[in-house]
Design a protein around this ligand. Structure first.
Ligand SMILES: CC(C)(COP(=O)(O)OP(=O)(O)OC[C@H]1O[C@@H](n2cnc3c(N)ncnc32)[C@H](O)[C@@H]1OP(=O)(O)O)[C@@H](O)C(=O)NCCC(=O)NCCS
Length: 160
């Protein structure tokens, strides 16, 4: 069900992304990313993830799951698939950036063992900070109650 994305997937990925995020990425931007040899992309019928690797470090560029099927573990499956591929390619650390207000995403990342590595004040707007999260690869199953508790306090809102 989850496969590598190809450049012809760009329109579908752009449409899925536009449903999830206020800041749209164009079809051409997706096509360029899908042609980039440093980028790995995995797609399912109703979700996808894009990651980029540089030597032993990698980052999640974006992940989204169609609203109608959220909560059915597709996000976890996409992240695990991408993390396994990154690890196989030599990455040992995976970073990402998430809005402090994005509770669903923060819980997903906490569930997979991501921990705070930094914070960018007012990154998404005057009162919306970005968290930089980091996890060692391969991903484990770590679930820290402190992460979950703090994520529960955030509002549910999409952010890159
Ligand atoms: C974040 C996102 C990708 C999660 O995808 P998903 O397929 O719904 O997530 P899963 O079903 O795999 O959920 C995995 C875990 O995430 C957390 N989670 C997911 N949705 C949640 C919600 N609405 N509220 C609280 N926690 C949630 C839970 O811990 C869940 O584990 P559980 O089912 O054992 O409780 C999805 O909500 C999404 O596309 N959001 C919009 C785009 C976005 O914000 N992307 C991340 C940007 S950093």
């Amino acid at each position: 069900m989850i496969r590598r994305a190809i450049p012809d997937d760009a329109p579908a990925l752009a449409a899925l992304h536009a449903d999830s995020f206020a800041k749209m990425w164009s079809v051409d931007e997706f096509r360029a990313l899908l042609h980039d040899p440093a980028v790995m992309s995995f797609v399912a019928p109703k979700g996808f993830v894009l990651v980029r690797r540089a030597a032993d470090e990698a980052e999640i560029l974006t992940i989204c799951v169609e609203n109608a099927v959220r909560g059915s573990q597709l996000g976890v499956a996409l992240l695990r698939r991408a993390a396994a591929a990154l690890h196989a390619a030599g990455a040992t650390t995976l970073f990402l950036e998430v809005s402090l207000a994005n509770a669903p995403a923060r819980r997903l990342y906490a569930k997979l063992g991501f921990e705070e590595a930094g914070r960018r004040r007012a990154y998404y707007g005057p009162s919306e900070d970005a968290l930089i999260l980091r996890a060692p690869l391969p991903l484990g199953n770590a679930t820290r109650s402190t992460n979950i508790a703090s994520a529960k306090q955030g509002r549910s809102r999409d952010a890159d």
